[in-house]
Design a protein around this ligand. Structure first.
Ligand code: 13P
Length: 246
């Protein structure tokens, strides 16, 4: 199975900076058949840079998409972003349920369920984030929280369609505090079995939270870690490439 390397640029990189990143990245990899035979790369730019990134990578297999969408395709929803418009622009994927969206913008499992369904309707590949806060981990609620996020948000969807789930412990995001191999192993094992029990037949599991070039290798050896969702270390071509080289 191909390893997945997904860059979440959050609210960073202007179109010009995004273009520069993609041109450098593309120049090193566009003709690298071995790389593309073994890896999948996703980039989630800020929406104003989306078109730039789609065009700058359009001769590569990179999956590009927004970091959030509204659950309706169109209508009177001032300030929202449409998955249908993103698809029309050439997007192939959507990042959904990131903890920053849940934490700062009140995103609920119920709203996410509608968003996942819309992605499936439009044939856009969801990269769906789950994860517990530090308080939840300390209260031994990691499994309960993650399972609830999965069951409530993925309820009633087509389980034969490809689905990527990114486990990102909130306490490890942007903090430099990476989860230990033992912690990642334990939760990924449980998530793998939960997804199988829920009858998903085509899914991959990513780890995210302070992934860096120097911890990528050991994390990628953990069973059921199919790749990474990367924030800070995906902002520079060099460090992103180093992570992708594993
Ligand atoms: P960092 O890699 O900066 O910890 O961010 C992780 C993340 O939130 C990716 O979605």
């Amino acid at each position: 199975m191909k390893k997945i390397f997904a860059a979440n640029w959050k609210l960073q990189k202007t179109p010009a900076q995004a273009k520069e990143f993609c041109e450098t990245f593309r120049a090193q990899l566009v003709a690298h058949t071995y790389f593309w035979d073994h890896k999948e790369v996703f980039i989630f730019p800020q929406n104003f840079s989306l078109d730039t990134v789609i065009h700058a990578t359009n001769d590569t297999p990179v999956f590009v998409g927004p970091q959030n969408i509204h659950f309706e395709k169109s209508g009177a929803f001032t300030g929202e972003n449409s998955a249908a418009f993103a698809k029309d622009m050439g997007a192939k994927t959507i990042l959904l349920g990131h903890s920053e969206r849940r934490q700062f913008f009140g995103e609920t499992n119920e709203a996410l369920n509608k968003k996942v369904k819309l992605c499936q309707e439009l044939d856009l590949l969801p990269v769906f984030c789950i994860g517990e806060t530090l308080a939840q981990r300390e209260a031994n609620e990691t499994e309960k929280v993650c399972f609830e996020q999965l069951t409530q948000s993925l309820n009633g969807i087509d389980k034969s369609k490809r689905m990527i789930v990114a486990y990102e412990p909130v306490w490890a995001i942007g903090t430099g505090k990476v989860a230990t191999v033992a912690q990642v192993k334990e939760i990924h094992e449980k998530l793998y079995h939960k997804m199988s029990d829920l009858n998903f037949t085509n899914f991959q599991l990513l780890y995210g939270g302070s992934v860096k070039p120097d911890n990528a290798q050991e994390l990628l050896q953990v069973p059921h870690v199919d790749g990474f969702l990367i924030g800070g270390a995906a902002l520079e071509v060099d460090s992103f490439m180093k992570i992708c080289s594993h």
